[in-house]
Design a protein around this ligand. Structure first.
Ligand SMILES: C=C(N)C(=O)O
Length: 126
């Protein structure tokens, strides 16, 4: 059974989507932009700082369900510019040091709202 997840500890959706959904076994987040909970887009910040904000948002959604980043099975990362990969990757590594989840990272060419990075995650709830 599908349940949508909503928390004030992560930025509200900027479109017609839920922050996350779960079926009781998996929790799937929407792609998280480098937005604060106030809705401020950190598009003037470095790619590293935008990456950190995306992951803080993922983490807040997980924590609202009693989960943590260690429950993440897979992330998908969209980079506006694939040349930002190394800077992104270094910041990302701060959040996933041991046994990191599977990951796909792609150069998307454009991200909603002009962000440099967007990150979504699939976590186990079991
Ligand atoms: C930011 C998004 N996750 C979206 O527009 O779908």
């Amino acid at each position: 059974m599908k349940r949508t997840i909503s928390t004030d500890d992560a930025p509200a959706a900027v479109g017609a989507y839920s922050q996350a959904t779960t079926n009781g076994s998996l929790l799937i987040t929407a792609g998280q932009l480098p937005l604060t909970t106030d809705g401020e887009l950190l598009d003037d910040e470095s790619v590293a700082d935008q990456t950190r904000q995306c992951l803080r948002n993922v983490e807040a959604i997980l924590e609202s369900e009693g989960l943590s980043l260690s429950d993440v099975l897979k992330t998908t990362v969209f980079l506006d510019d694939i040349d930002d990969f190394d800077e992104f990757n270094e910041a990302y590594s701060e959040f996933f040091d041991a046994e990191p989840p599977a990951r796909s990272a792609v150069g998307a060419g454009a991200i909603p709202k002009g962000a440099a990075v967007e990150i979504e995650a699939i976590a186990t709830t079991e």
